[in-house]
Design a protein around this ligand. Structure first.
Ligand code: SF4
Ligand code: SF4
Length: 376
């Protein structure tokens, strides 16, 4: 059966501005059907790395929060800490970055920010999924604990996944640090001997007792490593790095298996929104944003996480590529913009595999919202 995906363009009139149009979109698409009174509702967003400018504008997130409150549910904003050292690798710097990027208590109508995997990324829940690549996945506990989930994703290019949308916002975005490392790599981190100063910070915090020092250099005993990634964020010199050894198809499959874990206890309790705006070539985790590869398209909302990403990709591919951006090939309408950006990545695989797992369908009906006419 086809899934409904509702679409609003970005035309506003004196009768309805864009935030109000957004509220109408998400109500029409059925957000109210997944929320009930007092539901603690995780609104999964990406606050943007410091210096990034393509993340979703807070004014729209505020409107989504208002609409959730109209359903008498209790929203909180959330994201999980990053795997790499940056401005969102623990709750303190993460919330600080969020506030700097405009998600303050006052601008978000007193909505709390609760980082899904806690102060240092260790607050995780192990969920059994028993799939091809993962038997278990590790998800930020606050997302698991929430009664309902509203995913608000910025749809854009992504260097490893081809594109990032709802599925990535869930599978990667809700994973704890251990879960993120598990998706990116199947071996323990590695230590750059040249820059290691032998301070022992990594060994001190390693829960697996897997790190030892020899002649003022750290070494990892792979057989004792539990893949928690703590050493990566503890190292003051950035000497502990990820072994990027996962092939793209396995990475994408793991990401879908993680998405399955995120949604496991959210049957009929999850709703998905994609902003196809500021369509940068790469992730909002970078400390800058590349020029948008196509013009702004609009916003989509759906109860189906696969259908919304498929529809978003199709809409982007229908556009004309903008000159002078990182997109150097496939600029014509109908040509594959994500292949144009990342020829080695088969982005369709995340959708195909997501469908195989029963996350949703790639078959959808796009339902455009009418723009309300100007007042006479
Ligand atoms: S990933 Fe975790 S368990 Fe493995 S070496 Fe680093 S701190 Fe230790
Ligand atoms: S924390 Fe970094 S610099 Fe210190 S011993 Fe470990 S790898 Fe070397």
């Amino acid at each position: 059966m086809k899934a409904d995906v509702f679409f609003m363009d970005l035309e506003a009139t004196s009768r309805e501005n864009l935030p109000n149009k957004l509220a109408r979109l998400i109500k029409t698409a059925g957000m109210e059907s997944v929320l009930k009174e007092n539901d603690l509702t995780a609104v999964k967003v990406h606050f943007g790395e410091q210096g990034n400018t393509a993340y979703i504008r807070p004014v729209f997130i505020r409107k989504i929060i208002e609409t959730i409150r109209e359903c008498k549910a209790s929203p909180f904003l959330t994201d999980a800490n990053t795997l790499y050292v940056g401005t969102r690798s623990n709750s303190v710097s993460h919330i600080h970055t969020a506030i700097e990027n405009g998600f303050s208590y006052s601008s978000m109508d007193a909505t709390p920010i609760i980082i899904a995997d806690g102060l240092r990324g260790k607050n995780e829940t192990k969920i059994e999924v028993n799939q091809k690549n993962c038997n278990h996945v590790y998800i930020g506990s606050e997302v698991v604990e929430a009664d309902a989930l509203v995913s608000v994703a910025h749809f854009k290019g992504h260097e490893l996944a081809g594109f990032g949308g709802t599925l990535k916002n869930l599978g990667m975005g809700c994973a704890s640090r251990r879960g993120k490392l598990d998706q990116h790599s199947n071996v323990s981190p590695k230590i750059k001997r040249k820059t290691c100063i032998g301070c022992g910070e990594c060994a001190k915090h390693c829960p697996g007792d897997a790190i030892y020092l020899e002649e003022k250099k750290a070494f990892i005993r792979a057989e004792s490593c539990i893949g928690c990634a703590e050493c990566i964020v503890r190292c003051p010199t950035g000497s502990v790095t990820i072994n990027w050894n996962q092939t793209v198809p396995v990475f994408l499959e793991k990401m879908m298996e993680y998405t399955l874990g995120v949604l496991q206890n959210k049957k009929d309790k999850a709703f998905f929104i994609n902003f196809i705006t500021d369509i940068s070539p790469n992730c909002d985790c970078l400390s800058y944003s590349g020029s948008p590869i196509v013009n702004n398209v609009g916003v989509l909302a759906s109860l189906d996480p696969v259908a919304i990403d498929q529809a978003s990709a199709d809409l982007v591919n229908r556009q004309t590529g903008l000159p002078g951006t990182e997109l150097k090939a496939n600029l014509n309408p109908g040509e594959d913009k994500f292949k144009g950006l990342y020829p080695a990545v088969d982005w369709q695989h995340q959708l195909e595999y997501g469908e195989t797992l029963g996350l949703g369908t790639r078959d959808y009906t796009l339902i455009p919202m009418k723009t309300l006419a100007y007042k006479a």
